[in-house]
Design a protein around this ligand. Structure first.
Ligand code: GRF
Length: 208
């Protein structure tokens, strides 16, 4: 039975999709805790309703990024997680933190990486005239939004799209690929070959 800790900062719709998939698909895993850097993150309420332990490590209470990272790492380590899933977690994690949980941290990013790392991905995709957009689940390394890619989903960009309509279309796909990718991790079905993430034969892989 794998132990998963999920990190959030806000709404928590990806958190919801992971919690629901874990239960519905009977993963050999449990969500040990949801940790937020913001006390007002809406996702905390959902976690509480599900009976999942919640913890807040408020970045505003720390003088330095290193001090915040260290407190966050200690809180997380107390749950001895096998997997650390960032789900709309809006703080950049330092190299020491990433090293401590290396190979166990995954993130979902709302663009087709390596395009549009960082913020405002949908606005930038629209400005660039992209005809497709999407989302990426990847391993977290010390370089923000750059780790090995686990899964991606593509959506069309429509002529009358706004940032909001595009974000909505991408988010619906996020809710499919993140549970898919986490299920692979839970089942130890991922390995890295020549720098690329591969999925073990026999695992369900949807083309999205
Ligand atoms: C998602 O778009 C995710 O890709 C990005 O932050 C957003 C979080 O949304 N990293 P939610 O809190 O999961 O609803």
């Amino acid at each position: 039975m794998k132990s998963i800790v999920i990190l959030i900062s806000g709404r928590g719709s990806n958190l919801r999709s992971l919690v629901q998939a874990c239960a519905a698909q009977a993963w050999p895993a449990r969500i040990a805790a949801v940790v937020s850097n913001r006390p007002d993150a809406a996702g905390l309420e959902f976690a509480r309703e599900c009976g999942i332990a919640t913890r807040i490590v408020n970045h505003r209470e720390f003088a330095t990024r290193e001090a915040f990272d260290a407190a966050l790492a200690e809180t997380i380590a107390s749950y001895a997680p096998d997997i650390l899933a960032l789900a709309g977690f809006m703080r950049i994690l330092g190299a020491d933190f990433v090293r401590r949980f290396a190979g166990r941290i995954v993130n979902i990013h709302p663009s087709l990486l390596p395009a549009f790392t960082g913020l405002h991905t949908h606005q930038r995709a629209l400005q660039a005239g992209c005809k497709v957009a999407g989302a990426t689940v990847h391993f977290v390394t010390h370089e923000v939004d750059h780790g090995p890619i686990i899964a991606q989903a593509v959506v069309p960009v429509l002529p009358d799209d706004t940032e909001e309509t595009l974000a909505q279309r991408v988010l619906a796909r996020e809710h499919l690929i993140y549970p898919m990718a986490l299920a692979w991790l839970v089942r130890d079905a991922l390995y890295i070959e020549n720098g690329s993430v591969r999925v073990a034969t026999g695992e369900a892989q949807w083309l999205l």
